[in-house]
Design a protein around this ligand. Structure first.
Ligand SMILES: [Zn+2]
Length: 406
């Protein structure tokens, strides 16, 4: 896109501001992207991130447009403009990547001034001096921008994954799983083992996301680093607390990262993940191979595909029932819905898979008494379903970055 397109986009933005001059506060949000390349995955991420933050703060949906000048989000707010400007200035000044976004507040068609001074994003000096003296090339500014975005993204996404796993651990009732309330049927593990594993897992996740950002997330490389981290976690915790979740999140996080920065949406993300799942299945379930895990053995004996099948088929145990309205359900219902649909190799190991699934299919889960159902199935520990519940929690909190419905 050329300079004329960018100028036209800016004129259209000015017209939009004038058209909304009657709003108490009209807010526009754009990435503060240096250089000629105004539309890319990094600026889109910045806009989607701050759009979600503002949506939470003001309970208002922002519209979004893709223009030659980058993504533009905007909304009319029924609040005093000066108050909104104070909040947006505070966000720009204190958020780890607030320097990379422009949140403008307009009143009567005029743009309110910032209450804080902005510093140069590269050297932290006076931004006007750096600009006047051309202290940084456009290329250097662009590189810096991407680096800052990637660095923030890596830490934030790994943290979201851990938050999702923590939420899953604290979901109760949960049949015979380990939770903060009890160890369920597990005599060798309790909540402290799981909590202890989180920082180690977070390090692993950060590394996988970094590999995806650098285009180095081949299956072979991920497997190698995955084994290293698995050994490290086992050494640190003394238990295999997150074997399934580690495998799932390794795949989900790397593909999620690629999709965010390639401008993908949730559907294209799932398609790419499915393709990778199929490659893994054909490798791990090869009949020439001696089974290396419960999952591989279950497949060879009974064709139970477990979490690998879930990845290849795009998480049918979640997306065959999940819709935005179910977001507010109690975690127990979500867990039960997944359990009723998943070929869970953990349950298979205990010989209870068919019993459990039949019971759940016959039960109107939302109408049933949670404690009672939990008591009936207290000897089942649906480990695979728990891992998928963690994945679902992760999608619920981060799906907006791929335009998944709110
Ligand atoms: Zn500077």
């Amino acid at each position: 896109m050329g300079a004329t397109d960018i100028l036209e986009a800016r004129t259209a933005r000015a017209q939009l501001i004038q058209a909304n001059r009657d709003a108490p506060a009209f807010v526009t949000l754009k990435a503060n992207m240096p250089g000629k390349e105004k539309v890319n995955g990094e600026e889109r991420f910045v806009v989607l991130l701050f759009k979600a933050l503002l949506r939470t703060l003001y309970q208002t949906d922002f519209h979004i447009q893709t223009t030659a000048d980058g993504h533009l989000a905007y909304a009319r707010l029924n609040k005093p403009a000066s108050e909104v400007k104070r909040m947006s200035s505070w966000l720009e000044a204190t958020h780890p990547i607030g320097r990379l976004v422009d949140i403008d507040v307009h009143q009567n068609g005029r743009t309110l001034h910032r209450t804080h001074k902005r510093h140069c994003m590269v050297c932290g000096g006076d931004v006007h001096t750096c600009r006047r003296e051309a202290r940084h090339s456009l290329e250097a500014l662009g590189r810096h921008y991407k680096r800052e975005v990637h660095n923030f993204f890596k830490h934030a996404l790994a943290r979201e994954a851990i938050k999702a796993l923590r939420k899953e651990l604290f979901t109760y009732p949960c049949y015979g799983l380990v939770s903060h309330k009890s160890s369920g049927i597990h005599r060798d593990m309790n909540v402290s083992h799981f909590l202890h594993a989180f920082p180690l897992l977070e390090d692993a996740f950060k590394e996988y996301i970094g590999m995806a950002l650098n285009g180095k997330d081949t299956l072979e490389a991920l497997r190698k680093r995955g084994q290293m981290h698995e050994a490290r976690i086992f050494e640190g915790v003394g238990r295999n607390t997150h074997k399934g979740a580690h495998f799932l999140f390794g795949l989900v996080l790397t593909h999620f990262t690629r999709s965010v920065f390639n401008g993908g949406d949730f559907d294209s993300f799932l398609d790419e993940l499915k393709a990778r799942g199929k490659t893994i299945e054909s490798h791990d379930f090869s009949h020439k191979k001696t089974p290396a895990s419960t999952g591989e053995k279950a497949y060879q004996v009974n064709q139970i595909r477990g979490v690998r099948g879930e990845v290849s088929d795009g998480f049918p145990s979640i997306f065959s029932w999940w819709k935005p309205a179910t977001r507010h359900w109690h975690g127990f219902y979500k867990l039960t819905h997944i359990m009723a649909r998943l070929e869970d190799t953990t349950l298979y190991k205990r010989g209870t898979l068919e019993n459990v699934k039949e019971t759940l299919k016959e039960t109107d889960i939302l109408a049933c008494d949670m404690e009672n159902l939990n008591f009936t199935l207290r000897k089942a520990s649906p480990g695979g379903a728990a891992d998928l519940l963690g994945v679902l929690y992760f999608f619920e909190s981060t799906g907006y970055l791929l335009n998944m419905s709110p």
